[in-house]
Ligand binder design. Structure first.
Ligand code: NAD
Ligand code: TYD
Length: 352
């Protein structure tokens, strides 16, 4: 019988790439995409595979335990790849409870639904929790990297909620022997990225000649990975990772925010036929984010050495591809920035 895999958050940025990869690469699997379609979930991210015979979309909320229990009883999934989350640090500062509900309560609900449905028969089963490097806190010594054994030290409500969910996943592995595996990844970028995050926001604002809001002095450092390389890592870890283990994912690619914004400005000047230096004039330094983490940097050696994964793209190449995707997908950007996609899909599912 075909393997049934539940992917949560599959209408979001990273989830959509994971769903597409699994649907295309594993025609024998049945892929279920469970998503609440919050502001960040957009089924337009998946129009190319929506009619695939091995793909099913389920609209639902992981904070609803009864709904999850029923879904798991009906479908008897073999595996779960859990990406559904509230994911934006700035939103977590204004509304932390939404992060507690989805990221913590939602994850525990999913763990319970899997545990109840599998009833200690764990052969061939797997619960994969997708997490972030932000759980490790902020690096201050330039020599340091996050490794899998770095102590947790989350600093934002977002990272605190993800840290809590990671702890629950490990606790279910330890206590109930649930076959869990986890990964903590650095910042992603690429197609379908919601334009509240740094890279797509800057691309959109450069194109529309709006100010480019750089927090503080722009000295904060992030470690960037192309989203499809993250999806490939998730595939590798789902299939070959060791039960109970954690894998850090990253491309050894650190950038100071201001350097990255300047690079984007110069790529966009070239693509839009503007004289070099035009877009950089839009850079505007604004009040810093509260509690802004200084630096993230992932050491992904374990994943590379033990499971043979490596990133496929250099950053400059990935950034060019990303800019090209946004310039070629004006409708997507227009729908997302106006919120039109939500009205469209809400009415579609209300009528079912
Ligand atoms: P995203 O915000 O783009 O997408 C999240 C998806 O989850 C959306 O489709 C949304 O509708 C869905 N969702 C939210 N609440 C839900 C709920 N209660 N029930 C069901 N679905 C719900 O996020 P993303 O950037 O794609 O991140 C996906 C996962 O990867 C998250 O767990 C995040 O913590 C993790 N992660 C993200 C990054 C990054 O750079 N974006 C890096 C490392 C890890
Ligand atoms: P973001 O994309 O929100 O990811 P995260 O906070 O999870 O790392 O932000 C990336 C970096 O860019 C972070 O240091 C905050 C900074 N930033 C800005 O300077 N201006 C912005 O408008 C945004 C959204 C982020």
């Amino acid at each position: 019988m075909a393997k049934k895999i539940l992917i949560t958050g599959g209408a979001g940025f990273i989830g959509s790439h994971v769903v597409r990869l699994f649907v295309a690469k594993y025609p024998d699997y049945q892929i279920f995409n469970l998503d609440k379609l919050t502001y960040a979930g957009n089924l337009a991210n998946l129009t190319d595979i929506e009619d695939a015979p091995n793909y099913t979309f389920v609209k639902g909320d992981i904070t609803d335990a009864a709904f999850l229990d029923q879904l798991f009883q009906e479908q008897n999934f073999d595996g779960v790849i859990h990406l559904a989350a509230e994911s934006h640090v700035d939103r977590s500062i204004t509304d932390p409870m939404a992060f507690v509900m989805t990221n913590v309560v939602g994850t525990v609900n999913l763990l319970n639904a899997a545990k109840n449905s599998w009833q200690s028969d764990f052969s061939g089963k797997r619960f994969y929790h997708v997490s972030t490097d932000e759980v490790y806190g902020s690096l201050h010594n330039p020599e340091d990297f996050f490794v899998e054994t770095t102590p947790y030290d989350p600093q934002s409500p977002y990272s605190a909620s993800k840290a809590a969910s990671d702890h629950f996943v490990r606790a279910y592995g330890n206590t109930y022997k649930l076959p869990v595996v986890l990964s903590n990844c650095s910042n992603n970028y690429g197609p379908n990225h919601f334009p509240e995050k740094l890279i797509p926001l800057m691309i959109h604002n450069i194109q529309t000649n709006k100010p480019l809001p750089v927090y503080g002095k722009g000295e904060n450092v992030r470690d960037w990975l192309y989203v499809i390389d993250h999806a490939r890592a998730i595939d590798t870890i789902y299939h070959n990772g060791k039960n109970g283990d954690t894998y850090n994912i990253g491309g050894f690619n650190e950038w100071k925010n201001i350097d990255l914004v300047n690079l984007l400005c110069s790529i966009m000047d070239r693509k839009l036929g503007r004289p070099e230096g035009t877009s950089a004039q839009l850079i505007t330094y604004v009040t810093d984010r509260a509690g802004h983490d200084l630096r993230y940097a992932i050491d992904a050696s374990k994943l590379m050495n033990e499971l043979g994964w490596k990133p496929s793209l250099q950053f400059e190449e990935g950034l060019e591809k990303t800019v090209d995707w946004f310039l070629a997908n004006q409708d997507w950007l227009e729908n997302v920035t106006s919120g039109a996609y939500q009205k469209y899909y809400d009415s579609m599912y209300e009528n079912r």
